[in-house]
Design a protein around this ligand. Structure first.
Ligand code: 6PG
Length: 231
């Protein structure tokens, strides 16, 4: 299992990820003329997106996808699309055609998920999703993206993107499936805070239980962790 990249606190972690993000983006654009990234929601990456808005990236060559989304309109306070636009995309010259937001349909999440699944496949010319980078957070319940413990999406292996009923929220979520996440070249967990300590220890522990610890379904290439999240 890849070693932890330990950081004193969230700001230091976010600065380190911002530097690494720029390196991966520039390398992908030099090699392939494009950088495809799948974004995480949540509070930890939000500051990262704000830092990236002040960097000099090949904005016209970067394509932005969401690894998960809430079943709310894009202008809703809980929307990951809104969060990323406010933190980053509205401040930099990204062509609107490079922003691939989940086409949320509050009343029919399955059709919205099917549409986004097609968007992903079309973008990758019908082949498996091949992001250059997938950014992921991890909840204190060991979920990642919107792959929550005990939910149906954990078992999905045919599609790249699905709607997922999450009982504890009494709500639908949208999420990449674990095969789609694992198809990325770089997969980074961003984990900050003492409240993640138990979940991180369980996910990296010897007891394998993907239903209880869904983050174990992911094969990360890097773990960005704050000291207080380490048992
Ligand atoms: C979301 C995220 C979610 C998040 C974790 C960790 O939509 O909320 O995608 O999976 O990454 O809940 O969130 P924090 O980084 O805010 O702790």
């Amino acid at each position: 299992m890849h070693p932890l990249q330990r950081h004193a606190d969230a700001p230091e972690l976010q600065e380190a990820v911002a530097d690494a993000f720029c390196e991966v983006a520039l390398k992908a654009c030099e090699e392939n003329g494009v950088f495809n990234v799948s974004l995480s929601g949540g509070s930890t990456p939000k500051k990262l997106y704000e830092l990236l808005s002040k960097r000099d990236l090949p904005w016209d060559k970067t394509h932005w996808f969401w690894g998960d989304e809430r079943n709310v309109p894009h202008d809703h306070a809980d929307s990951n699309c809104r969060m990323v636009r406010e933190a980053l995309l509205s401040h930099v010259p990204v062509p609107e055609s490079n922003i691939h937001a989940v086409p949320v349909n509050v009343n029919d999440p399955q059709s919205a998920a099917n549409e986004y699944d097609k968007t992903i496949r079309d973008h990758f010319q019908g082949g498996p999703a091949k992001w250059d980078l997938a950014l992921l957070g991890m909840g204190d319940d060991a979920h990642t993206a919107s792959l929550f413990p005990g939910t149906k999406a954990l078992d999905e292996t045919a599609r790249a993107f699905v709607a997922n009923w999450v009982e504890k929220f009494d709500a639908w979520r949208y999420t990449l499936t674990h095969p789609a996440i694992n198809s990325a070249s770089e997969i980074w967990f961003l984990i900050a805070g003492a409240n993640k300590r138990d979940a991180l220890a369980a996910v990296r522990g010897d007891a394998k239980d993907v239903q209880q610890f869904p983050s174990q379904l992911v094969r990360p290439t890097r773990w960005y962790i704050t000291e207080d999240a380490i048992a």
